[in-house]
Ligand binder design. Sequence first.
Ligand SMILES: NC(=O)c1ccc[n+]([C@@H]2O[C@H](COP(=O)([O-])OP(=O)(O)OC[C@H]3O[C@@H](n4cnc5c(N)ncnc54)[C@H](O)[C@@H]3O)[C@@H](O)[C@H]2O)c1
Length: 360
Amino acid sequence: MGTMWITGGAGFIGSNFVRHALSESDDRLLVLDKLTYAGSLESLRGVTDDPRVTFVEGDIADPALLARLIAEHPPTSIVNFAAESHVDRSIDGPRPFVESNIVGAFELLEAARKLVADDAALREQFRFLHVSTDEVYGSLGDDGLFSEETPYAPNSPYAASKAAADHLVRAYGKTYGLPVVITNCSNNYGPYQFPEKLIPLMILNALEGKPLPIYGDGGNVRDWLYVEDHCAGILAALRRGRPGEKYNIGGRNERTNIEVVDRLCDAVEQFRPAADNDALKAQNKSRYHDLKTFVQDRAGHDRRYAIDADKIRGELGWEPKHDFESGIVETVRWYLEHGDWCKAVQAKAAYGRERLGVDE
Ligand SMILES: NC(=O)c1ccc[n+]([C@@H]2O[C@H](COP(=O)([O-])OP(=O)(O)OC[C@H]3O[C@@H](n4cnc5c(N)ncnc54)[C@H](O)[C@@H]3O)[C@@H](O)[C@H]2O)c1
């Protein structure tokens, strides 16, 4: 039994991963999270009571805090989710992306380097897993997939900050022999995703009869993966991934944004028919599809992402368990059943689902 640090564990993927790690591993878990607008203890409800879990509110870019935590809870592994994660916010204000995603990753790497520096046995056992994104690779045309060999070509400040961190992580492996693993995953969806992101935003707007804003022509393609499958891939890479390697994670579920929104409208209809929804009736709208609205495109909007996940499938035996159809239905059901969570996290963030990333 060891001690796994999970940074950013109060966010979307991090909180799902904390639950996954509790059920799939015997490790003690130290969850470190700054509780930015995107992080909430509401997402860890029922989990922080577990005696194996210690929650610490704090910043991964704070070296004094990291030194204290290293002394009090020496990790056998660090899984770094902590980051600013929304592309539109990175367009409005890139600074926190540099501070958390680059400087934060650097400080975590420094803490890990010092921890294992004089302890060959610990270094052998220790892993630093950095959770990254397919957005570091830039944009694809109509064909082709991102492999682990695809050169980095980030287009948004968010993607650039993640790419910079990936390079630092790789360099700490090569230069200092720190046992690092990087995972680059496609777009996630599922429970506990903050409602600024496409899927929860569309579900909540549909339920409230608000416009469903579709950027540009709606033809941008993303490769969607259910968050639980991502968590299983991260744990596989942490346990069995080869130090110094990177692994792409994706489920070959390419959809245009417009296809995603259409599917969500159908799924919301299944659970809460538009004919019974007062917010739609008040506007004389009989279908959720009638709420779709085309809006100004995102600056620098990548056209298509698609992941070749053959390496993690072949080497680590990872397979996604959810297809897009079942994952979407589960997700819509979860948001319908967790209205209190939706209200609480938006209130904490003072967020009203307004458009971000454009001058208005
Ligand atoms: N969401 C996706 O589709 C996706 C896909 C691939 C990779 N990723 C990566 O996975 C990670 C988690 O993404 P997410 O969607 O869960 O993001 P999120 O925004 O929901 O959560 C991020 C969490 O990190 C915390 N945090 C931010 N800055 C911090 C700091 N300086 N110190 C400590 N905690 C801090 C926040 O409070 C929040 O709880 C990110 O690194 C992201 O780049 C996300």
